[in-house]
Ligand binder design. Sequence first.
Ligand code: ACO
Length: 376
Amino acid sequence: MSNIARGLEGINVTATKLCRIDGLKGELVYAGYDIYELAEKSTFEEVLFLLWNNRLPNAAELAELDKNLKSERNLDDVVDRLLRELWPHVRPMRTLEIAVEVLGAIDPKSGELTQPQLRLTAQRLTAKMATVIASYHRLRNGQEPVPPRDDLGHAANFLWMLTGEEPNALHKRVFDVAMILHAEHEMNASTFSAMVTGSTLSDMYSAIASAIGTLKGPLHGGANEAVYRTVDAIKEERNIASYVEALLARGERVMGIGHRIYKTTDPRAVILEKLGHEVAETSPDRWYFDLSLKLRDYLARKLEGKPLYPNVDFFSASVYKMLGIPSDLYTPIFALARISGWTAHLLEQYADNRLMRPNALYEGNESRKYAPIGQR
Ligand code: ACO
């Protein structure tokens, strides 16, 4: 076992200019810009441009990107019809995965892996995935999809398409920051998944569908929905200890806690907690956020000495709950933000590709005699 890197821990599979994480210091940096500064000063669209171009946009470039994204928001008829068929049978993450593959199927240039074409695909997916999830949600509620609004930015427009109501200024900003925080995270499992698919020179749509399938798991993006279920099941502060003790006694993990890279608090959780306090001021669901804080405090005492701290999913669950977003959309929303990092890594990779093909150490039988079926 000694020369096996289980879970590929500590292995560099590529070089990137996109993101640097220092898990001991709790640092997250996109293309040289600290996440705290980006969360305070930038917008999701600016971060998109940064990740796709390795520099911040000027005003004209940002306006151009904004215009291009808006022009891609509407869904093709076939995707619209697909959603109307799918929603009774398929959960949102798989819906997104299927819709992305269908978008690839109807794009005659999906196999054209030139940088300009890949950039168009990245814009298209970023814009349309938001519409897919919002439309899916409307349809399952027996409502017609809400057309996108050109006077709203990407994050605010998503909330608008979801509810048909314009979010207030605080909710717009908080959701935009949540999108920034989830935009990119170096070589996480879903990004790696996208890159494995892309490394075969399969197209960007299939690479993104792979990433969506990987993000869905509860050890990765699916943790935010699992955090929701945890806090919802605990219900009251007095149940925290018994709930956590029983869970750990069963050998299970507390969702939203721990991280492969961060051995201190995830900076994204720090920022989301701060925003959570602001949203809680006026939220009818503040009990949920308050209970999350109590759970966090209990776990800090319980897990003292272990490098287990709240990760981004711990607080995205309570922030999204207070924004009125249904819990099964938390992970799809993660995908709507992470599409920026996935596509940015794919742009880097397609420009300088090498097939991802590691080894497995064989420890099975050798030289076995093949017995005819009647003699087994
Ligand atoms: N609750 C309780 N104990 C935990 C947790 C947890 N959430 N996470 C890790 N541990 C314990 C493990 O049981 C193990 O204990 P041991 O050494 O006594 O056996 C030790 O901490 C180390 O765990 P590993 O499995 O080696 O850590 P790994 O790096 O593989 O796991 C992971 C990282 C998967 C994120 C893990 O912390 C976990 O399962 N967390 C809960 C799921 C979650 O929140 N995922 C979202 C991550 S953030 C993201 O993907 C956006």
